[in-house]
Design a protein around this ligand. Structure first.
Ligand SMILES: Nc1ncnc2c1ncn2[C@@H]1O[C@H](COP(=O)(O)OP(=O)(O)OP(=O)(O)O)[C@@H](O)[C@H]1O
Ligand SMILES: [Mg+2]
Length: 301
């Protein structure tokens, strides 16, 4: 059903030679006594797909909010293609950074096509007067916008749903529509906040293909996800946030084998003392025939 463009299974080679699209340096965000993001540096280069992972509450979304002008960071600067960004979301979008939200934010009672058209408005230059008079310039701009919006719906596999109300789309398609709307602003950098949350395995695979296709079209991507398989199969580089701080950054291979990352997610490594002690306790209970039906043992995956 989907017309999502596919690519060969392996990600395209990373174009590490690209210039910096995003340069966040020393970004700190405090809310009263809580430091949600602490002194974080992160660079995304042209052609890259970078992952941002970390446990719940690590500060990932807050960091995105600092990058996109939703929050004014307490400290630090954010540059897009070398220029310091203003602290206003619409100006950040206009500069070239688009995003999706962890909690989907669509216009529920607008159609799929209309939602994408709203995303285009930062790239249309027809003024209010022209729109009111609906002069030839306005009509041409409207036609062009609609054509581009339809291309994006094709690209994301939603063309057949163009006239459906956004609220009637299944969850996975709402997430795709958010991506289509973000792409409508013609970003040089796309920020995705948990794009596969709530998706089926098939939808997640399609989203991976979509992100690869977005990169191939020249948009760099910074993606937050809890799905490690998705992140490690997709990204050129992964940064890990823990309690607001960047713990480590590197290739998927480096990051997934780092003991500190494993500890941050699982609390204690598998072969630690407590695990052994618990296992011995269960064995002893089994021998005396008092074991319950608890089958949680050994499920730490
Ligand atoms: N506007 C705010 N005011 C006060 N505290 C906030 C605000 N936004 C976020 N926080 C706090 O900052 C910390 C980081 O939250 P954030 O939502 O950035 O985490 P996250 O890494 O995105 O987590 P998740 O994976 O659950 O989405 C949390 O302790 C959160 O409660
Ligand atoms: Mg979040």
């Amino acid at each position: 059903m989907t017309t999502t463009p596919t690519t060969d299974s392996a990600p395209a080679p990373r174009s590490g030679t690209g210039g910096a699209v995003l340069e966040a340096s020393g970004v700190t965000m405090r809310f009263g006594g809580l430091t949600a993001v602490r002194d974080v540096d992160l660079t995304v280069r042209a052609g890259e797909i970078v992952g941002l992972i970390g446990p719940n509450g690590a500060g990932k979304t807050t960091f995105f909010n600092c990058l996109t002008g939703l929050y004014i960071p307490t400290e630090g600067t954010v540059r897009y293609k070398g220029t310091v960004l203003p602290h206003r979301s619409h100006l950040v979008t206009q500069a070239g950074i688009a995003r999706t939200f962890q909690n989907i934010r669509l216009f529920a009672n607008m159609t799929v096509l209309e939602n994408v058209l709203v995303g285009r408005h930062t790239r249309t230059h027809e003024g209010l007067l022209s729109a009111l008079v609906r002069g030839p310039g306005f009509r041409r701009a409207e036609r062009d916008s609609e054509q581009r919006a339809m291309e994006l719906l094709d690209f994301t596999g939603l063309a057949a749903k163009r006239d459906h109300l956004a609220r009637n789309l299944p969850y996975g398609e709402q997430r795709k529509l958010e991506i289509a709307r973000a792409l409508a602003s013609e970003p040089g950098l796309l920020l995705l906040d948990e794009p596969t949350a709530g998706m089926t395995a098939i939808e997640t695979t399609a989203t991976r293909e979509l992100v690869l296709a977005i990169r191939e079209q020249g948009t760099a991507v910074l993606v937050i996800e809890h799905d490690m398989r998705f992140i490690f199969n997709l990204c050129d580089r992964v940064a890990v946030l823990v309690q607001g701080q960047k713990l480590i950054e590197g290739t998927p291979e480096t990051v997934q084998n780092d003991d500190r990352v494993i500890a941050a997610y699982l609390g204690t490594p598998f072969d630690g003392e407590p695990g052994e002690a618990e296992a011995a306790e269960v064995r002893a209970a089994e021998q005396t025939g008092t074991a319950g039906t608890d089958t949680t043992q050994g499920k730490a995956d």
